[in-house]
Design a protein around this ligand. Structure first.
Ligand SMILES: Cc1cc2nc3c(=O)[nH]c(=O)nc-3n(C[C@H](O)[C@H](O)[C@H](O)COP(=O)(O)O)c2cc1C
Length: 156
């Protein structure tokens, strides 16, 4: 098994759609590298590559929203995870509402956590964005989150 597949399999992670809004522009991208990193204040971290269009919107607006996907939402993760908002409007046909600071909340999400960007540090080819939770809601308390499985997205 490759190192990357071993990490992804044995350090289990969920699957999330990170959304942001900058003026009239909205976008979202799939992310698995999401974690809580502090109780007080309530900080969440997302590792995001600097070339993502979503990062541009987060930098400009200062906010991002973590939308948690459910166990039957692999297709939604693929929709947001394999093309860039630089080329297509990924929100076409997707229902959403604004969180407190305007970030899109997917109607299909199990829960969301809208964060203010409070810090950023370089981590190899990614950046770790630190977000303080400003708004959240559990939308589907009885459904189970999607757990990232390598095979679901990248084959054998
Ligand atoms: C299952 C899955 C997990 C991903 N996790 C991350 C991640 O944690 N961080 C990241 O920067 N990109 C991650 N990606 C890649 C982005 O979702 C992908 O590059 C996306 O097209 C970026 O869209 P954007 O340019 O519209 O922001 C993941 C993709 C998939 C399919």
């Amino acid at each position: 098994m490759s190192l990357q597949k071993a990490i992804a399999t044995f350090i289990p992670q969920g699957v999330f759609i990170i959304t942001a809004k900058d003026g009239e522009k909205v976008n979202g991208m799939t992310a698995a590298w999401v974690s809580q990193v502090s109780f007080k204040p309530r900080l969440l971290a997302v590792a995001i590559a600097p070339q993502r269009y979503t990062y541009e919107l987060i930098k400009n607006s200062g906010f991002f929203c973590i939308n948690t996907l459910g166990e039957n939402q692999t297709e939604l993760a693929k929709h947001f995870g394999f093309k860039s908002g630089k080329e297509v409007n990924k929100f076409e046909g997707i229902e959403y509402k604004p969180a407190l600071h305007g970030c899109p909340v997917l109607k299909e999400a199990l829960a969301y956590f809208e964060c203010e960007l409070v810090g950023e540090c370089e981590a190899g080819d990614h950046l770790i964005l630190l977000g303080e939770v400003q708004d959240y809601e559990v939308l589907k308390p009885d459904e189970k989150p999607l757990i990232f499985k390598w095979e679901d997205f990248f084959g054998g």
